[in-house]
Structures are given as structure tokens and as C-alpha cells.
Design a protein around this ligand. Structure first.
Ligand SMILES: [Zn+2]
Length: 292
């Protein structure tokens, strides 16, 4: 009952907008910005109703990049910050964002990993009086004008004995708007993908934020077959020490017919959709994809 009340509060917070303009104007279009934060993930979702959700915030040194990007988009305060898992390349930049911009709500990945950067973030969220909620599977958040964010994880029960249990318990999510689905695979491991397939979750999505920076251990053939992405986005740093993305993974995506964009090569990647087709903006050019 408590959890339900908490989520009603979340729906309310995301659903309402203060009198002062604090974000972008409604455009009727869904926009997703995959920021170029080097090695890590930081994704800004702007809903057709002008609601803003930041999914992860890159490494600590990327904090200024994320803050500058939000400034350039005219965003004073975010509606929601959503952490997929507690690794430094996803949460390190968030303290700068919470400090400079603030957020109406923080949605945390529940799998424990008590690193220093995470503790710093919690202290700051507390100091800024930001409500903190734990991500719960199947929760769906109304982003307005028909767009919804749905949490497909965390896995139940938690996945253990993997290469990285923190990665394996990443909270995978999707946004749906009209015919367009965007799947955010976080740093999912192969075991996560198998669990998602077994969970009967809707994985079909025109756009895939590729799992774990294009690691060879994720993006298994069965998972990609279920997603059938037209567009695949790899968020990855140039010359990173992990050798992401892996050539085999890129090959699997290409064989699936996905057009792959990479932040290390393409820089920031923006996707806009009217719910029917997808427009990808990279390096000053636009590519259009029709969603069947
Ligand atoms: Zn990562």
C-alpha cells in the first residue's frame, strides 16, 4: 500500500508543472538526446508534453557537459532523474545536475553498490529535499500526450553470480509513443536479457539503446531478435580501456538490419518522433526511419 501511495505521488509529480516555466514547451513530439559524455551513459528524454527525464548522468567529469546541455535546452528543473544502476559511469555526473538544476523526483536502481560517488549523490538528494523512490518492475509513468515510461526491471529475484551483478540487475526500461518504442537496455548482461525474454516483457522497439556500451557479453542474438531495432545507439567513449563497442556486437546489430549510431564517432545523437516515424539528427544531418 505504501508503495502504491509512493507511486501515485510520483505520477502526480511528473504529471504537474509549476506556474513558472521550468522546462521545454510541449511540442507533441518525443525527443531523446543521447549525450556525448565519453565512456558512460546520459540520456535526456523530453516528452511530447514537455516533461523531462534524465536517464543516468555519465562519469563525474561529464557532469559539466550534462549541466551545459540542460542549460542549452532551457531546462531549469528536471521532472525525473532515473538511475539504471549504481556504477560511476552512470551516476558520477548526477550530483552536478542535481545541484545546479534539481529534479522533482529521483528514481533509484535498488541493487546495492555503495560506492563513494553514490553516497555523495544520496547526501545531496537529501540536502535538496528530493523525493527518492526505488525502481519497481512494471511501473509505468505517464509522460503526457500518450507517452509512457515503463520499467521492465529490476529482475525478480535479483540475478547473481554473473560477471557483474550490478550490471546484471540494471533497470531496463522502455518509452512508448504511438507506434514508436524506445528500449533502454542500461548495462544489461546476457543473463538480464534472458530474464527479460522469460518475463514476457514487451521488448519490440524501433530504437535500442544498446546494452553496456556495446559490450560483447550483451546484445545476444535472441534478445536482438525480440527487439528488432531499426536504430541502435551505442553510448561509448572513444578509445576506452574496455574496448567497447565489440566488433561482434556491432556485427550482430548490423545483421539484424539496425542502423548503428555511436557517440564516440557521431557525437551527440538526437532522436525525434511524432509517434509514427523516427528522425535521427547527427552531425548536422537528418536520417528518417519509418516504423512499420
Ligand atoms: Zn556503464
Amino acid at each position: 500500500m505504501l508503495a502504491l501511495a509512493a507511486w501515485l505521488a510520483l505520477a502526480w509529480l511528473v504529471g504537474c508543472r509549476g506556474a513558472a516555466a521550468q522546462g521545454p514547451k510541449p511540442t507533441g513530439r518525443l525527443r531523446v538526446d543521447f549525450l556525448d559524455v565519453g565512456q558512460g551513459d546520459a540520456t535526456l528524454v523530453t516528452s511530447p508534453a514537455g516533461k523531462t527525464v534524465l536517464i543516468d548522468g555519465g562519469l563525474a567529469e561529464a557532469g559539466d557537459t550534462v549541466v551545459a546541455f540542460l542549460d542549452a535546452r532551457g531546462i531549469a528543473m528536471l521532472d525525473l532523474v532515473f538511475l539504471t544502476h549504481r556504477h560511476a559511469d552512470h551516476l558520477g555526473g548526477l550530483p552536478a545536475v542535481v545541484d545546479k538544476h534539481g529534479t522533482r523526483m529521483f528514481l533509484d536502481a535498488p541493487y546495492p553498490h555503495e560506492i563513494q560517488e553514490y553516497q555523495r549523490l544520496l547526501v545531496l538528494l537529501d540536502r535538496k529535499h528530493v523525493p527518492v523512490r526505488q525502481a519497481e518492475r512494471r511501473r509505468s509513468i505517464d509522460l503526457g500526450e500518450g507517452a509512457r515510461l515503463t520499467l521492465l526491471g529490476p529482475p525478480e529475484p535479483p540475478i547473481t553470480n554473473t560477471r557483474s551483478d550490478v550490471n546484471a540487475n540494471s533497470v531496463v526500461s522502455r518509452i512508448d509513443f504511438g507506434k514508436v518504442g524506445i528500449l533502454f537496455a542500461a548495462d544489461a548482461e546476457a543473463q538480464t536479457e534472458r530474464w527479460l525474454l522469460d518475463s514476457q516483457a514487451n521488448l519490440r522497439a524501433a530504437v535500442l539503446k544498446v546494452a553496456h556500451h556495446g559490450s560483447r557479453y550483451s546484445s545476444t542474438p535472441k534478445f536482438l531478435e525480440a527487439v528488432q531495432p531499426l536504430v541502435a545507439v551505442v553510448s561509448v567513449g572513444a578509445g576506452n580501456e574496455y574496448h567497447h563497442p565489440d566488433a561482434q556486437t556491432l556485427g550482430r546489430l548490423a545483421r539484424m538490419g539496425a542502423r548503428v549510431f555511436r557517440t564516440d564517432i557521431d557525437g551527440p545523437i538526437a532522436i525525434e518522433s511524432d509517434g509514427g516515424k523516427i528522425e535521427v539528427f547527427v552531425q548536422g544531418r537528418k536520417e528518417v526511419f519509418q516504423v512499420p
